[in-house]
Ligand binder design. Structure first.
Ligand SMILES: NC(=O)c1ccc[n+]([C@@H]2O[C@H](COP(=O)([O-])OP(=O)(O)OC[C@H]3O[C@@H](n4cnc5c(N)ncnc54)[C@H](OP(=O)(O)O)[C@@H]3O)[C@@H](O)[C@H]2O)c1
Length: 271
């Protein structure tokens, strides 16, 4: 069954907004008539013209016609947009914010009324329908609002719900994580090239191998260490590679990458 609401996406011409628009339409969860997409500049919206959704640069107008408002602008633009649309917001509407590092309390404060707010931390893989999106509820958000947010983000991947205290860690692991993995894929592919593999074959192999390994963790539910042992024949070649990874500090580098990004995410709101 589809979502029986009208959704305004402020910043909908951007990477995340566009991913959600395409996800909803691809899944048949909403029809183009239910979607109002607003951006700052008309020219940014051109790539959405073929979808048949309503496009414009009037944020207030978009919000007036909506049941749900998805804020998909950069964190630094949230205050300006909320001050602009605040006077038109109704407590019957729901705000979902994907702005990294902005707490629900800040969004609530900026709306200056008791509008329910849900915060979402999706990632870039939403573009191909493979995000892991973490949701948390603001003060006024009820279970029905969370269900609606789950339905919307379920069209661009998997959805988890956690307390807001975890959101900076989720941003680091789920949101920044794809960049860490792209670095790993790039480096693994370089390893293949170093050993003489054709570039394209090496990149494809690295990416598909990573996808397959991730799929195994999710499908089997086994601990990654147990799966690693299944690959690592005693005295074989894998243990030599693993020894090199340990020697070079890969595990600690990844742990610290998540920690550092989470600490930075916590500071984004203050800066
Ligand atoms: N990309 C990711 O991987 C990712 C992951 C998790 C969360 N997020 C969050 O998602 C949000 C959007 O990120 P993004 O990567 O999609 O950014 P983006 O591609 O740069 O898109 C931002 C969009 O916001 C629009 N915009 C800016 N100011 C506006 C205003 N005053 N009124 C209406 N629209 C306005 C821009 O329109 P113009 O083009 O016309 O300027 C643009 O369409 C950010 O808060 C980010 O933290 C992103």
């Amino acid at each position: 069954m589809g979502i029986d609401k009208r959704l305004a996406i402020i910043g909908g011409a951007g990477t995340m907004g566009t991913a959600v628009v395409r996800g909803l339409l691809r899944a048949g969860a909403m029809s183009p008539e239910q979607l109002l997409v607003a951006a700052r500049r008309e020219s940014s919206l051109a790539h959405l013209a073929e979808l048949g959704v309503t496009l414009g640069t009037d944020n207030r107008g978009a919000v007036e016609g909506a049941d749900v408002v998805l804020l998909a602008v950069h964190p630094g633009q949230v205050a300006g947009v909320l001050r602009q649309i605040g006077p038109t917001l109704q407590t019957t509407q729901l705000i979902i914010s994907v702005a990294t590092g902005i707490p629900t309390s800040r969004v609530e404060e900026l709306t200056e009324r008791d509008v329910p707010v849900v915060r979402a931390a999706p990632n870039l893989a939403a573009v191909v329908g493979a995000s892991i999106t973490v949701l948390c509820a603001g003060r006024q958000a009820e279970e029905r609002h969370m269900d609606l947010a789950r339905e919307i983000f379920g069209t661009v991947g998997e959805v988890e719900t956690l307390d807001e205290i975890h959101m900076n860690a989720c941003t680091a692991l789920g949101g920044c994580g794809p960049a860490f993995v792209f670095k790993c894929i790039e480096a693994l592919a370089e390893g293949g090239v170093k050993m003489g593999l054709p570039r394209m074959a090496s990149r494809r192999m690295a990416a598909q191998m990573m996808l397959g390994a991730a799929h195994m963790v999710l499908v089997t539910g086994e601990h990654p260490a147990a799966l690693k042992d299944q690959v690592t024949t005693p005295g074989g070649c894998t243990i030599d590679g693993i020894t090199k990874l340990e020697e070079r500090g890969l595990p600690i580098a990844l742990i610290e990458a998540v920690e550092t990004s989470a600490r930075k995410a916590a500071k984004l709101f203050d800066s």
